[in-house]
Design a protein around this ligand. Structure first.
Ligand code: COA
Length: 224
């Protein structure tokens, strides 16, 4: 699409491709969500988008993507990428920020269909989002929030060297949950072994992130 430059952005990891989905791919993504994202009874998100019926969950995904596009502003953006494995959609990686030009801070979120979890894909997804944020957008900090009992999500952050950044108490579905925020600084990110990510199409969409002067990207060679 000529007039929505984000459609040209592609992140490639050893096993995955991350892109803004077209409507057909969005429909596939919605089906993956409808087939299940969290184990029965688990609550991993502040908004219960994945806890309703399959039909409600699927529609939440579609509407959320359309809303994020419609509401995109240079000072308040939410990049929602579909994650593809061998051409099939398996989950979603988010990177969002408010007033990024000034704060240089972004936050991530991610999910995979249940059957795709626990195979290292979430780690590659996070690596791709961090690479875009730090090496291309010039982020200084990236945060991630996970509920206390979400061991997989918290472990992914731990693997990248995030540090604890406080605990918030939330009421979700009338229950108390503790949301643990973790933060990764660009200095700590540089100190970690880099996971290979190839970023394409960034030049065409750099301006929509509100960062006219991002630093020179750091090349990480990807051996496919
Ligand atoms: C969170 C999520 C995206 C992570 O993706 P993933 O592909 O499952 O994660 P990975 O396989 O890359 O890594 C998970 C890590 O957590 C560890 N882990 C998983 N379950 C664990 C548990 N119950 N206790 C301790 N460690 C656990 C894994 O061993 C792995 O660590 P390792 O590489 O050191 O062995 C995925 O599990 C998911 O979609 N969960 C449901 C939705 C969700 O919780 N989203 C995040 C909301 S904050």
């Amino acid at each position: 699409m000529r007039h929505w430059p984000l459609t040209r952005l592609t992140l490639t990891t050893p096993d995955l491709v991350l892109r803004v989905p077209d409507d057909e791919q969005l429909d596939e993504l919605a089906q993956v969500a409808a087939d299940g994202v969290v184990p029965p009874g688990a609550v991993y998100f502040p908004q219960p988008w994945a806890s309703g019926t399959p039909e409600q969950t699927a529609r939440n995904i579609v509407q959320n993507h359309w809303w994020a596009r419609g509401d995109w502003r240079e000072d308040n953006w939410r990049l929602l990428l579909a994650v593809f494995r061998d051409g099939r959609v398996i989950g979603q990686q988010n990177l969002s920020a408010r007033d990024f030009r000034i704060t240089r801070e972004a936050r991530t979120g991610f999910w995979l269909g249940l059957r795709f979890q626990g195979r290292g894909f979430g780690t590659q997804m996070r690596a791709a989002a961090l690479h875009l944020a730090f090496a291309y957008l010039g982020a200084e900090r990236v945060t991630s929030t996970a509920f206390a009992d979400n061991a997989a999500s918290r472990r992914v952050s731990e693997k990248f060297g995030y540090e604890p950044n406080g605990v918030r108490r939330l009421a979700v579905d009338q229950h108390l949950v503790e949301a643990h925020e973790a933060v990764l600084t660009v200095e700590r990110w540089h100190g970690q072994p880099q996971q290979p990510t190839l970023v394409e199409g960034f030049d065409e969409c750099q301006h929509v992130f509100g960062v006219p002067t991002a630093p020179e990207p750091i090349d990480v060679v990807l051996h496919l």
